[in-house]
Design a protein around this ligand. Sequence first.
Ligand SMILES: Nc1nc2c(ncn2[C@@H]2O[C@H](COP(=O)(O)OP(=O)(O)OP(=O)(O)O)[C@@H](O)[C@H]2O)c(=O)[nH]1
Ligand SMILES: [Mg+2]
Ligand SMILES: [Zn+2]
Length: 338
Amino acid sequence: MNWETLRTFGYEGAAEPAPSENERLFPARVVEQQKDGYRIISPAGLLPARVSGKFSFTAQRTTDFPAVGDWVLVDIANDSAIIRRVMPRRGALERKSAGLTSASQIIAANLDGIFLCMSVNENFNLRRLERYLAVAWSSGAVPCVILTKSDLTDDCARVLEQTQNVAIGTEVITATDADPHGFDEVRKRMSPGKTYAFIGSSGVGKSTIVNHLLGETVLAVSEVDGAGKGRHTTTARQMFVTPEGAIVIDTPGMRELQLDSADFSAAFSDVEALAASCRFSDCSHHHEPGCAVIAAAESGLLPEERLRNYRKMQKEIAYQEQRSQDAARRESRGRKRF
Ligand SMILES: Nc1nc2c(ncn2[C@@H]2O[C@H](COP(=O)(O)OP(=O)(O)OP(=O)(O)O)[C@@H](O)[C@H]2O)c(=O)[nH]1
Ligand SMILES: [Mg+2]
Ligand SMILES: [Zn+2]
């Protein structure tokens, strides 16, 4: 048994099996999630793993299943492991679903930091960044924005400033593989024993950064063609330990992130703080008298654009809520018929 390896992956518990009902269960961490199973790091090393039949049977939601970063209790036999339990999460990066049909998904669990990667070229989109930030804040981890491929812009300062105006209260840094020091700012923001996830659209350079942090090419990097679709696009969520001892998770590019109203409030905490002073508690900040949000926008305290985005996202959430209500109604009608 090698408990030291488990500690490099963040384990802080005792070097002994977990006490449990007539079984010898070992603590382990999920380091990889693929379509058909998991890999875990355990006191017996790196092992393929799957959940027990009982686990699948009693799981209530998709989010009850293990995700990368989760601490689990496993049975070890014949060079493989069976996951019996997922320990309570400190927090999780979760992709929520709007309707009832598509299930929510845990992207990674027990994170200390999240690097939101966005490239300065075609992928640059501040609206999308606002959504990513909202979801990141709700994970319990501290987000940091990385503007990737900074070699592809002539005006890094301007892109940085535009991003900072949207990512309020969040650090924004730049990175590039065109310069040997291009990833120093990322490395500086990581501590040994802490866990960091890299998220963002496909092709923005997440695996490139993780490879540099690891000091070797562990991950295949996509060869982007004109359409931005690479051959080595990341397909699994995977966890690694850097030479400095930080734990990093590479993720496949995400297509969309849904928001719920709690995420929304976190992303627009500046607007929400102003809204507390509106005359009407149910102020929509569109035309009401005594609206502190409109007043702040008029005086220049709140950037015009920020208010516009706030309203746009308000609409998006109202639409999503409508959609899930419609789905619920359809489902209950369906049930009555049978
Ligand atoms: N110009 C430039 N190209 C880069 C930089 N970083 C990465 N690339 C290129 O961008 C392409 C995509 O990089 P990846 O690291 O595979 O991107 P990814 O975010 O992991 O993509 P997915 O795995 O599909 O989510 C590759 O061809 C890289 O060589 C950079 O700093 N500058
Ligand atoms: Mg990748
Ligand atoms: Zn108002």
